[in-house]
Design a protein around this ligand. Structure first.
Ligand SMILES: [Fe+2]
Length: 475
């Protein structure tokens, strides 16, 4: 029960204070009360016996009635029928001094017939000598609508999250999982509870990899498709692409991360199989030359192996090494257009025959240029007889015009050709080969490539003086 009462003037200190003092005091209290209630954002109503005995401007505004009309109205006429039993019962019990909730939510109708959600806070007071209820009403319709929209929005996101085919997670800043979706549980083989006890660092196969990833997310605000191996509950490693974005709290501080984990192990396997098939196809194409010209077929295989060794020494990545290998494997394919009698002629070639033989780089380029290789394979065929000093053919290109793949192939081609048996001459001795490379270093051949080749020869990485056909599979 409230500690104050709204009393009739006559009841205030009749015997101790003079009438005029009482009136002044009463007038002051009324003005203060009316100032407070008229400026309150909440509706203020005094109810007695179910009837409105007092209301402020806001209460009149909410009801759609002038204050003079609202006062004297029955409160029940404004309450939504579904809320009425509870409202009336609570009102009765409050008047009897029983313990009832001080505050609750109800629907109240205005003159247009529309209902609003109001939050009521009520206290038992004394009004003109009798018990009454002083009630404050706050209009919370807008707040409820906003909450409803938020809830709907949250539900939609929840649905997206739950049904996403990609494994999706929300984690703390330290990387511990707060929430993960069913796809994530399937990918890792854990249940939600087990998953929440873990973090990205626990499921990442390489802890260092995880730290690098999280640092990059923090630095850039996001990371897309970071390749990462993750470990399932059963111990199996899965190749994944992980993406994450920083999640911020209202004050802009990093609250954690949200991320996606995409299982790419099958795609990767398929890609690797496709690559194997592709290399097989290239090797098959190169083998086709065997039926026409066994020397050239074997020569291409050996050059490809040496070029691969050089590429590795020069720090080529797997992608570039593959291009180098394929380019070397097919560099003499243009010889298919040269009569086999010329290719295998034991004696000296006539000028005409030489010209035909020397057309093979251009013919090779014509063949390979049709295919859209992501590597300079056609250029390697075209330019493998070009030399740094412009003394090569077919275009007499020099220096800067020759890319590294071409320079590697050019030097490996010479090395292999000299050290192998040819129908018109035996294999040349190791000394002869080495001195040709030394003399041509930085003149006809790239110094960088020659240095690698000489090192390989010195350490028996490349065996010289092996005659074709005697060491199958050897250089
Ligand atoms: Fe050639």
């Amino acid at each position: 029960v409230a500690q104050f009462s709204f009393s009739k003037a006559g009841e205030m200190g009749r015997d101790t204070v003079g009438q005029s003092d009482v009136r002044r005091e009463l007038e002051r209290t009324r003005r203060l009360l009316s100032f407070l209630s008229d400026n309150a954002r909440e509706a203020v109503v005094v109810l007695q016996g179910g009837t409105v005995r007092f209301c402020n401007a806001r209460a009149a505004e909410l009801s759609g009635l002038p204050a003079s009309q609202l006062i004297g109205s029955a409160f029940r006429d404004f309450v939504h029928p579904d809320d009425l039993p509870f409202v009336e019962a609570t009102h009765e019990r409050r008047l009897k001094g029983e313990d009832v909730p001080r505050s609750y939510v109800l629907r109240v109708r205005d003159q247009s017939g529309a209902f609003r959600w109001l939050e009521l806070s009520a206290s038992l007071v004394e009004w003109e000598g009798s018990p009454a209820v002083l009630a404050f009403f706050a209009d919370i319709s807008e707040r409820l609508r906003t909450e409803e929209r938020l809830r709907e929005g949250n539900e939609r996101f929840r649905l997206l999250f739950e049904q996403a085919r990609d494994a999706t997670y929300i984690s703390t800043r330290e990387g511990r999982f707060v929430d993960v979706n069913p796809s994530m549980l399937r990918l890792f083989g854990y249940d939600q509870g087990e998953m929440r006890a873990l973090g990205l660092a626990d499921v990442c196969a390489e802890p260092l990899e995880c730290r690098t990833f999280l640092a990059a997310v923090e630095r850039n605000g996001f990371v897309d498709d970071h390749a990462m191996k993750v470990r399932r509950k059963d111990g199996r490693l899965v190749d994944c692409l992980v993406s994450a974005t920083v999640r911020r709290s209202a004050d802009g501080a990093v609250a954690g991360y949200q991320g996606l984990v995409r299982d790419v192990s099958e795609k990767r396997l398929a890609y690797e199989r496709l690559q194997e098939v592709f290399i097989d196809l290239v090797e098959t194409t190169a083998r086709m030359m065997e039926t026409v010209d066994p020397y050239t077929a074997e020569h291409q295989r050996r050059v490809a192996r040496i070029a691969d060794m050089v590429g590795r020494k020069l720090g080529f990545d797997d992608e570039r090494l593959q291009g180098l290998y394929i380019g070397a494997m097919l560099h003499d394919i243009g010889k298919l257009a040269v009569p086999v009698t010329i290719l295998t002629k034991p004696g000296r070639l006539t000028a005409n025959e030489w010209n035909l033989l020397r057309s093979h780089p251009v013919r090779g380029h014509e063949i390979l240029n049709e295919a859209s290789f992501p590597w300079p394979v056609a250029d390697m065929a075209l330019s493998h007889h070009e030399r740094l000093d412009g003394s090569g053919y077919p275009h007499g290109l020099r220096g800067e015009q020759l890319q590294l793949e071409v320079l590697i192939l050019g030097a490996c081609d010479v090395l292999e050709a000299m050290s192998s048996f040819r129908p018109y001459r035996p294999a040349l001795a190791r000394d002869v080969v080495v001195s040709e490379l030394r003399e041509g270093r930085a003149v006809r051949y790239s110094a960088e490539v020659i240095d690698v080749l000489l090192e390989l020869i010195a350490h028996d990485g490349i065996a010289l003086g092996v005659t074709y056909g005697t060491v199958p599979g050897g250089l």
